[in-house]
Unconditional design. Sequence first.
Length: 263
Amino acid sequence: MVRLYAEQLTVRYDDRTIFEHLSVRIPDRQITAIIGPNGCGKSTLLKTLTRIISPQSGAVILDGQAISQQPTKELAKKMAILPQMPEATSGLTVGELVSYGRFPYQKGFGRLTKRDYEAIDWALDVTKTADLKHRPVDALSGGQRQRVWIAMALAQETDIIFLDEPTTYLDIAHQLEVLELLERLNKEEKRTIVMVLHDINQAARFADYMIAMKAGAIVKAGTSEEVVCRGVLRDVFGIDADIGRDPRTNKPICFTYQLLKEA
C-alpha cells in the first residue's frame, strides 16, 4: 500500500538543479532508508516530501491529494519531520519541547488539554525519556536529546515520521538505541518511518525498503537485498564492495570495500 508518493519532481536552488523529473513511492507502515553520497539530494528530497521545500514542478501526493493543497495543521497531523541537528530554545525543558508536538491540535489560546498531556506523557514513556521531563534539553547527552526530539515527533501523533540523519554525531551505542526505537515504533505502533542514513549497513539492517540516490537521481529502489549489492554500490558510491550476510539478521552487509581503480 502507498499513501505517499511523488511524481516528476524538479527542484532547483537558484541556477543549480538538485533533481529533475524525479518520482518516488514510500511504502506505508514500513521503514524506508535513503542512502547516497553527500550532495546527491537526499535531504532535499526529504524536505520536498514534507513541504519544507516547494518543487518547481511535479507534485507530492498524500492520501490522494497534493500536499501543497492541504492545510498546514491538517498536514501536520499526518506527517512529522525531525531535521538534521535540530536546535531547541535555550533553557527549554524536555516536557516543554515535547509539548510543541501538540501544536497542530491546539485551538484558541493554545492551552494544552487533557488529551494533549496524555499524548505528551505517552511519547515520553515510549521513548524512555519520562524521567527527563523536567530537565533542560541543554543538559542532555546526544543520545538522550535525540530520543527527546523523537518524542516530540511522536506527540504530534502522525502516521508518518521523517528523520534526516538521526544518528549523526552519536556514538555507536546511541546510534543503535535510536534505530531500535524507530524499529519498535514501526513494528508496534505501525508508524511509517522515512530516514536519511549515511551508514549502509545500518540502513540494510533496519530498513524494509531502500532508496539509493546519486546526483539527484534514484539509481535503485527496493529491498536491502536489491540495493546493497556490488553493482549498486559501485554505481552510487564508486566503491568495489564485498557483500556478505549479517549473522544476526541475515540482511546483506558490506564487510569491506575499496575505491574503484581508474581504468
